[in-house]
Design a protein around this ligand. Structure first.
Ligand SMILES: [Zn+2]
Length: 456
């Protein structure tokens, strides 16, 4: 096998410089600067231009697809291997960062900055890998097309648009998740439950701002003087190992309960504050919202609804992400991640029955799942590249609850660049990536691209 490791070391400095330059552009979607050919705002346009310029600088053909996305073509062949990365980033909470998020710094062998791990770093790593393989001048059956979009974080309309103008590659991967390789992504589904519910002692119950997060805090206002509830509420909190507050609110009582937030694709890692506050409320009010939550929504896998399912990709997960109950008006939003091999119609039916039992309405949106046979050539080649470079034979191809660009074209999976046991703080404060890991990822991408595109 070619010594890709030393090839990667040769390009290390320039690769890091390209990542620094791209990460200096705060490419968060900005609707106030949207223009023709800048559909996601000026900064995302600038990042797209910078990436196209990298391709031009290195002598490759590039294509701008109306500011939504672009690509760089490397090498030649009848067919195409697509590599899909994104140039947009999520906003930062500057107060939570130790350094300027838009000025990459190197500390303790790690790059720190917004986008170093999600996804500018891995995009550049796979671009350099394609470049290294191309420099070998071996006969290839596929060219490599590095595709980059500017709206992954807010719905991926960039690549949806791109594929209305450009053909699908034969196969592809997106370096925007974890190693070893992700062969399945559950379908993201949402249910919205609404209705009018008599208050019967419960004036207000609210929690959560985004359906895809387990709500950390839940607030309620119940009728009556707080003194009558203090003892029972404190006792409830301590017996469940939770914290919260109880105080006077006019003539009524305000309760706040703290759980633990987590991502909706792994709700079991959190503690849903709504569910726990409802458990307490059930002991002091006789309200149908509380009853509904406890009868159907108080577990993470939909067992009580009768929709729990464990498939080839693992279990269905359910998160009660947002609840708003005020002036007897209820709205609940649930985020579910559903394996591809379950019965979706049955799930909808179960929701409808549960809602009609309580005279509530439901509205749903059923997403698309991704499942590529773990034994397919694509998945096994990518996995083998990971094993060959990392030496890790224990980690198996995985299915995840999140969604990536892999769903935007046929025959595509997510592949790296986060290694198991490393946390790159993606979307969080102090996002970082170890330089050694980035180099290792680049080497893995070299092996993968080489084995996929070389002529038989
Ligand atoms: Zn990403």
């Amino acid at each position: 096998m070619i010594d890709f490791k030393s090839e990667v070391l040769k390009i290390k400095d320039q690769m890091l410089q390209d990542i620094k330059d791209l990460c200096a552009i705060p490419s968060m979607q900005d609707d106030s600067t949207v223009a023709l050919f800048a559909p996601y705002g000026a900064a995302n346009r600038k990042a797209l231009d910078a990436m196209l310029e990298i391709g031009r600088r290195d002598g490759f053909e590039v294509q701008d697809v109306d500011g939504h996305a672009g690509h760089i073509d490397i090498g030649s062949g009848e067919e195409t291997l697509g590599i899909l990365g994104h140039l947009d980033v999520v906003p930062v909470n500057e107060a939570g960062w130790d350094t300027n998020p838009f000025e990459v710094v190197i500390k303790d062998g790690k790059l720190y900055g917004r986008g170093v791990a999600d996804d500018k770093g891995p995009l550049i790593a796979s671009y350099y890998a394609a470049k290294i393989v191309n420099s070998l001048n071996i006969p290839t059956k596929m060219k490599t097309r590095v595709i980059f979009g500017c709206n992954e974080e807010l719905g991926s309309s960039c690549v949806k648009y791109y594929f209305t103008k450009m053909p699908y590659p034969t196969m592809g991967f997106t370096p925007d998740a974890g190693f070893p390789v992700v062969y399945g992504e559950k379908a993201g589904c949402s249910f919205e439950i609404t209705g009018n519910v008599e208050k019967n002692g419960l004036i207000y119950l609210c929690a959560g701002s985004r359906p895809n997060i387990v709500p950390e805090t839940c607030e309620a206002i119940i009728e009556g003087n707080h003194k009558q509830y203090v003892d029972s509420f404190q006792k409830f909190l301590s017996s469940n190992n939770l914290t919260g507050t109880i105080e006077e609110e006019g003539n009524h009582t305000k309760l706040v309960l703290k759980g633990k937030s987590a991502h909706a694709s792994t709700p079991e890692e959190g503690i849903n504050a709504v569910v726990y506050l409802c458990k307490y409320l059930a002991t002091v009010v006789d309200n149908k919202v509380v009853d509904f939550v406890l009868e159907y929504l108080d577990d993470y896998h939909g067992k009580k609804l009768g929709i729990d399912f464990n498939g080839a990709m693992g279990p269905l997960t359910m998160n009660l992400g947002v609840i708003s109950y005020c002036k007897e008006n209820l709205k609940i939003t649930l985020d579910l991640r559903c394996p591809h091999d379950m019965d979706f119609d049955k799930m909808i039916e179960k929701f409808q029955t549960a809602c009609s039992n309580y005279q509530l309405n439901e509205n749903h949106d059923i997403g698309k799942a991704l499942y590529i046979d773990p034994k397919s050539k694509l998945v096994s080649t990518l996995h083998q590249a990971y094993v060959d470079v990392s030496g890790d034979t224990n980690s198996k191809p995985q299915a995840i609850g999140g969604g990536t660009y892999a769903k935007s074209m046929p025959n595509c999976v997510a592949f790296g660049a986060e290694f198991e046991g490393e946390d790159n703080f993606i979307h969080g404060n102090n996002e970082n990536i170890k330089i050694d890991s980035l180099l290792k990822a680049t080497e893995i991408y070299c092996h993968a691209i080489y084995n996929l595109i070389k002529a038989d």
